[in-house]
Design a binder for this molecule. Structure first.
Ligand SMILES: *[C@@H]1O[C@H](CO)[C@@H](O)[C@H](O)[C@H]1NC(C)=O
Ligand SMILES: *[C@@H]1O[C@H](CO)[C@@H](O)[C@H](O)[C@H]1NC(C)=O
Ligand SMILES: *[C@@H]1O[C@H](CO)[C@@H](O)[C@H](O)[C@H]1NC(C)=O
Ligand SMILES: *[C@@H]1O[C@H](CO)[C@@H](O)[C@H](O)[C@H]1NC(C)=O
Ligand SMILES: *[C@@H]1O[C@H](CO)[C@@H](O)[C@H](O)[C@H]1NC(C)=O
Ligand SMILES: *[C@@H]1O[C@H](CO)[C@@H](O)[C@H](O)[C@H]1NC(C)=O
Length: 449
């Protein structure tokens, strides 16, 4: 109703400014673009070179809406997120209709379902990811063939009540498969991956998988293998050396056992190896000395035995070496300069292991005893008696980590001061409240009276 009362002189000034500015911006555009159209008036914004917003395939649009995309928004203009950060889609530029090529769903609504109709409609997808959608029911039928042929990347984290391994196994063109915190129904991982020759990265973690590791590998270009936190059992097969491109292996927190095959030393691209929390036994294969790219080796919490190979010191790239909680024995074959090169070196929890006092300083607090001149521990390794006597069991559970120094001493001190401190504070607060109350009452009586 109330029109802004701008003085006409001000309007004139603005107009003049606009006139001054427009030709100059047009000139800079003309300088930067090779073919300025001479007919376009300088007052109009230049045409955007994106083709007009051609519409998304209507079938795909309704499939996306049934998965919870707001009807008012163009799904294609929602940012593609890919890594499960949020809900989003990416589309191609096809005409007359665009198609969805990448879809990420996160925190799905109650009605989201990968029904056969929805999956058929979305057969142009190359990448599909679900995150934190635990109530989405498992897909009911085999994935439609066009989707199986198109899909290159499938990841699912904390989503789907369960997922049949056979369903996943049909996605034969995958290069990336990641199922984390999803109960996968399969008697062994090989059911899932035996027909995926193009896989580069495979993660099946916290997927309730049991059975043995695969013996026949079809994905010979695999670079990343993570089967951690399942219930896998049995040995690492010798055939693992077929995976010549493997850069990282995580088999931690399973029930794998037996000695490691020498053939592991053939995997020259290996950088990260974690085999912690299994029941592996026997020695570290001497062939590990050939793994010149190795940066992290975690063999903690197994039953490895024998002596630690001195050849590990020749691995120039090694940064993390964790041999905790095993049955290694004899003298630690490393000197101080090797240990200084590492970011982390852990050996505690090996009762028959000891260190050479002329090579390593006790200040390193390795948690093993020094050796006598026969290469045996002089005394049982520093036991944790002070810790064991503390009644606090949750603190004790933390002891698996490192460091005597940040241990319980300070913590229990603090606990000791806790009681008195609180008491004094309480009394002080109570007293000051009382004083304020009295002052308030006195003032009140003065004002009223
Ligand atoms: C995998 O992709 C290729 C080319 O894109 C296609 O010809 C082939 O049929 C696909 N494989 C499967 C099993 O769908
Ligand atoms: C895990 O697998 C076992 C059988 O292998 C089954 O009894 C159990 O219900 C599964 N757990 C989940 C969460 O699916
Ligand atoms: C190795 O592990 C480190 C730390 O977990 C990680 O940053 C790095 O990307 C991993 N490298 C490979 C090849 O997986
Ligand atoms: C390592 O343990 C195995 C049994 O698990 C045993 O046969 C072997 O002799 C042990 N090796 C050493 C060096 O103690
Ligand atoms: C430590 O050991 C490495 C490898 O065994 C060796 O090359 C180096 O000279 C040693 N350094 C010292 C200070 O003894
Ligand atoms: C400790 O190291 C020194 C120097 O390398 C060596 O002479 C000595 O034999 C070693 N002691 C043991 C018990 O291995």
């Amino acid at each position: 109703m109330a029109t802004p009362k701008t003085p006409p002189s001000l309007l004139l000034l603005l107009f003049a400014l606009l006139l001054l500015l427009l030709p100059s911006t047009a000139a800079t555009r003309a300088a930067s673009s090779p073919s300025p159209s001479p007919t376009s008036s300088p007052a109009l914004p230049p045409p955007v070179d994106r083709p007009g917003p051609s519409a998304l395939d209507p079938r795909q649009l309704s499939a996306l809406q049934s998965l919870g995309f707001p009807a008012a928004r163009d799904p294609c203009s929602s940012s593609p997120s890919g890594t499960g950060a949020g809900t989003g889609a990416a589309c191609d530029g096809a005409a007359p209709f665009r198609h969805v090529v990448s879809l990420a769903l996160a925190d799905c609504g109650p009605d989201a379902e990968l029904s056969p109709t929805v999956l058929r409609a979305l057969s142009t997808l190359r990448s599909l990811s679900l995150a934190r959608c635990p109530r989405v029911p498992p897909p009911r039928r085999a994935p439609p063939a066009p989707l199986a042929a198109s899909l290159r990347s499938f990841s699912c984290s904390g989503s789907l009540r369960r997922l049949p391994g056979l369903w996943v196994s049909r996605l034969r063109n995958l290069t990336l498969l990641s199922l984390v915190d999803v109960p996968v129904l399969a008697s062994a991982p090989s059911i899932v991956i035996s027909q995926m020759p193009h896989l580069l990265a495979l993660t099946l973690s916290r997927a309730n998988l049991s059975g043995p590791l695969p013996h026949h590998w079809h994905c010979l270009r695999l670079a990343h293998l993570d089967l951690s936190s399942n219930r896998l059992a049995g040995p690492v097969p010798t055939s693992v050396n077929l995976l010549a491109s493997l850069r990282s292996v995580d088999l931690s927190s399973n029930s794998l056992s037996g000695p490691l095959p020498d053939s592991l030393g053939d995997l020259l691209a290996l950088r990260n190896v974690s085999l912690s929390n299994n029941s592996f036994s026997g020695p570290i294969p001497a062939s590990f000395a050939a793994l010149s790219a190795l940066a992290r080796l975690d063999l903690s919490s197994n039953q490895f035995n024998g002596s630690i190979p001195a050849s590990l010191a020749e691995l120039r790239g090694l940064r993390v070496l964790n041999l905790e909680n095993n049955n290694f024995q004899g003298v630690i074959p490393f000197n101080a300069s090797f240990v200084a090169r590492l970011e982390s070196f852990k050996v505690r929890g090996n009762a028959n292991l000891c260190y050479n006092k002329t090579l390593l300083s006790p200040k390193l607090k390795l948690g093993v005893a020094p050796c006598d001149r026969y290469g045996l521990p002089v005394s049982p390794p520093p036991p944790p008696p002070q810790r064991a006597t503390r009644s606090d069991s949750s603190d004790y559970a933390e002891d698996g980590g490192d460091g005597d120094d940040n241990g319980g001493g300070k913590g229990s001190d603090g606990g000791g001061r806790h009681g008195p401190n609180r008491l004094v504070l309480g009394v002080a607060i109570g007293l000051s409240c009382l004083v304020f109350l009295v002052i308030f009452l006195v003032c009140l009586s003065k004002v009223c009276g």
